[in-house]
Design a protein around this ligand. Structure first.
Ligand code: ADP
Ligand code: MG
Length: 717
């Protein structure tokens, strides 16, 4: 136990680390850096910087081009520029038009005046300066309404001698208590004295082949970019120095993941082989499987036949036909005498699966049943006993499947639809209903393959990357609230042609009641005004299952032309005659969610339309984000964009559980490097599986350090 003390605070290197010769100096408290006293150390700690190493890795998030400091007269309009001048005025002013206080200043040099303005600037910012001081300014230069050169929200610093030189200036994350310049001084102190402590731990064979800079040189460059550096590359984290640091981080990530995979004990599982049911299913299917479906199914059958539990994630865009693939897998389990549990995240979706699969099950003489929270207690007890006796072969259901009381006779396969809507615990609970059953997970929120391999390290991943034939692509258009009437007209055109439409309202949790009212009122209003003469239905999450079901059924039968709903229709529902979907408050949805909603249309032969009605201001990111929807129908691209906008942490609620933290790398932005790192890590392990070769010595030490006990390296070597 003593070898693994509880996670030590950063200022206190773990005892186990002390034994290693080259890392300890880096783990020293940040006070070892010149200029860092107790007060600074405290401020740095608030930024998560506790050690010398932390400070070295606190890399700039942006760079300014101060290679050229111009006279005010020579500052080009519309571009960023740097200048030096004397502060001649500074003060707050109330702007009546925008009703807020602004801070304004004037700077002068021998060629002219430059006007400055800041919004929301803290008091102590202005207190830092006195009239007459020489300051350095950096910002975009604009022409004022009444003439004159302005910089809005420039960076301003007191000029110190060392700052006077032309260079690319690194900008560090600001702390409210520390000036940018102060932070810069500290980091530079750390670099000057300590950067050479950063070891080159990667095998030189790899770094040489990939042309990677030494890590210490890379860090030096990031903090002191050479004068001829490519500014654009620096600002997009694409410089050679970034590449070296990012590769280093991702290599250790992938090395650790690969070791983990190898250490995973292959449990014993069931051996399931397709038989007559699988052979017959092709005769009862109303269509031929796509090549992608066939291919994925083949892989699934191979997994199921192996004497270990299957753990496969199938990613497939909305409408790619995952349900039927799952059903075929289920039949294979029945062929081998096992039962199947098929879990979906909502009642509606479970019901729909049940309805889609029932006719097929009937023709194949397979017993299929539905188990949801809606099922009455008596019927439930009855079902429980049928399931326990093995008289029901396939159980489609919701969370109700993993409730107490459900016991299977011989569960062979557990299917989870829309798996990202379930937690790890719920999936585990489902798995426990059998003895190491095969697991088939499905998701319509695909993520790029490399990322999937990284995030779902312990799953096998395959993709249905093809849609059934005859699908027309959906046209998506983004509208602003002001264009509402136009949007309605577009919807009406489709209704007039005999098609159906969805109108979707998002519910925001904190104002669920209000939103629900809005949706209800809107349904009323539409029915009596713009869409008078058409039948408008309403479904929302607060309705009873039966009620909901009735409305949905009526919509499916074409009795309702327009269906106003909250997001309850998000997944699954399949009405080919519906050709328009109007999404209100589109800005409140994530892209992946919008994509799923959009997938409700485009299911028939007719041209389909997705209308996004949003509230945004021009400066808003949401418009740019929503435009992605009109640019592509490809779920993978959308997932990628969603990842970029929201970051991997938010996306799907993935926390990088059990993975080392990254200081520089971003697994979305750096997905190319992530891939290379994976290949290199695998290749290295193929050569030195136990990391015992001399060239792996440092590798091992750093690996353990990065994963900080999360790897159980003890088992290796
Ligand atoms: P998702 O992958 O989004 O869950 P579904 O399984 O609901 O997609 O399938 C969407 C629709 O496509 C359904 O109506 C289904 O019957 C149909 N479908 C599935 N596979 C095929 C195929 N190979 N050819 C034609 N239609 C198909
Ligand atoms: Mg589905």
């Amino acid at each position: 136990m003593n070898d693994h003390p509880p996670a030590s605070s950063d200022s206190q290197p773990a005892a186990s680390r002390a034994a290693r010769p080259f890392l300890p100096p880096l783990k020293k408290p940040v006070q070892f850096v010149k200029g860092v006293g107790p007060r600074r150390a405290e401020q740095l700690a608030r930024l998560g910087i506790g050690t010398v190493e932390d400070l070295l890795y606190h890399i700039p998030f942006r760079y300014q081009d101060r290679r050229e400091i111009r006279k005010i007269r020579d500052l080009p309009l519309g571009e960023e520029g740097a200048t030096v001048g004397q502060l001649v005025r500074m003060g707050r002013r109330f702007v009546t038009r925008s009703r807020r206080w602004v801070l304004e200043g004037v700077v002068r040099d021998e060629t002219g005046f430059l006007f400055l303005r800041w919004y929301n600037q803290h008091r102590y910012f202005e207190q830092r300066y006195q009239l007459g001081q020489r300051v350095l300014l950096f910002g975009k230069v604009e022409m004022g309404l009444k003439g004159g050169k302005w910089m809005i929200h420039p960076d301003m610093e007191l000029l110190e001698e060392e700052e006077d030189t032309a260079r690319i200036l690194p900008i560090y994350n600001k702390t409210t208590e520390m000036t940018v310049a102060a932070m810069r001084r500290l980091v530079h102190g750390a670099v000057a004295e300590h950067v050479d402590l950063i070891p080159n731990s990667l095998p030189s064979e790899i770094t040489a082949r990939l042309g990677l800079m030494d890590l210490n040189i890379a860090l030096r460059h990031l903090h002191f970019p050479p004068l001829d550096a490519d500014l654009m590359a620096l600002n997009t984290a694409a410089s050679p120095a970034h590449r070296a640091v990012v590769f280093d981080e991702l290599f250790y990530l992938q090395l650790g993941m690969a070791l983990r995979r190898r250490n995973m004990v292959k449990e014993d599982g069931l051996s399931i082989v397709p038989g007559p049911l699988v052979r017959h299913v092709y005769e009862v299917l109303p269509f031929r499987l796509t090549n992608a479906q066939e291919r994925v199914l083949e892989v699934i059958f191979r997994d199921m036949a192996a004497p270990h539990p299957m753990n496969r994630l199938v990613q497939g865009d909305v409408g790619s036909g995952k349900t039927i693939v799952a059903f075929c897998a289920a039949l294979a389990a029945l062929d081998s005498g096992y039962q199947v549990a098929f879990m979906a995240p909502t009642e509606l979706l479970a019901e729909q699966h049940f309805r889609t699969l029932s006719p097929l099950a009937e023709k194949l003489e397979v017993s299929l049943t539905l188990l949801t929270g809606e099922v009455k207690v008596r019927r439930k007890q009855e079902l429980y006993s049928l399931i326990e006796q093995g008289k029901v072969e396939i159980v489609v259901g919701t969370h109700a499947l993993i409730q107490e009381g459900v016991r299977f006779h011989r569960l062979g396969l557990a299917i989870v639809d829309e798996q990202h809507r379930f937690g790890v615990m719920q999936r585990a609970a489902l798995k426990r209903l059998g003895t190491n059953p095969d697991m088939l997970l499905m998701t319509a929120t695909p993520i790029p393959r490399t990322l999937a391999l990284t995030i779902y390290g312990d799953l096998d991943v395959s993709a249905i990357d093809e849609l059934p034939p005859g699908r027309k692509p959906i046209t998506t258009r983004v509208f602003h609230e002001g264009e509402r009437q136009k949007v309605y007209r577009l919807v009406k055109e489709h209704l007039d042609r005999g098609h159906q439409a969805y109108v979707v309202y998002p519910l925001v949790e904190e104002s669920e009641k209000l939103d629900l009212k809005a949706a209800t009122n809107m349904a009323e209003e539409l029915a009596h005004t713009f869409f008078a003469g058409y039948s408008v239905g309403l479904v929302h999450g607060r309705m009873k299952g039966e009620e909901k079901d009735k409305v949905m059924q009526r919509f499916k039968n074409g009795e309702h032309h327009l269906l106003v709903s909250t997001t309850v229709i998000e997944v699954g529902i399949d009405v080919p005659n519906a050709t328009v979907i109007l999404i209100e408050h589109a800005e409140r949805f994530g892209l992946a969610q919008l994509h799923q909603l959009r997938g409700r249309v485009g299911r028939g032969q007719a041209e389909s339309l997705c209308l996004l009605l949003a509230q945004y201001t021009p400066a808003d990111e949401s418009h740019r984000r929503l435009r992605v929807m009109s640019e592509t129908n490809d779920g993978f691209k959308i997932a990628e964009a969603d990842l970029t906008f929201r970051g991997p942490g938010e996306f799907l609620g993935i926390r990088q559980s059990g993975m080392p933290d990254f200081r520089v790398a971003n697994i979305v932005r750096d997905s190319r490097i992530l891939e290379v790192a994976r290949e290199e890590a695998e290749a290295w392990l193929a050569q030195d599986p136990d990391l015992t070769m001399p060239a792996s010595r440092r590798l091992r030490t750093v690996l353990e350090d990065r994963w900080a006990g999360r790897l159980e390296l003890a088992r290796v070597g």
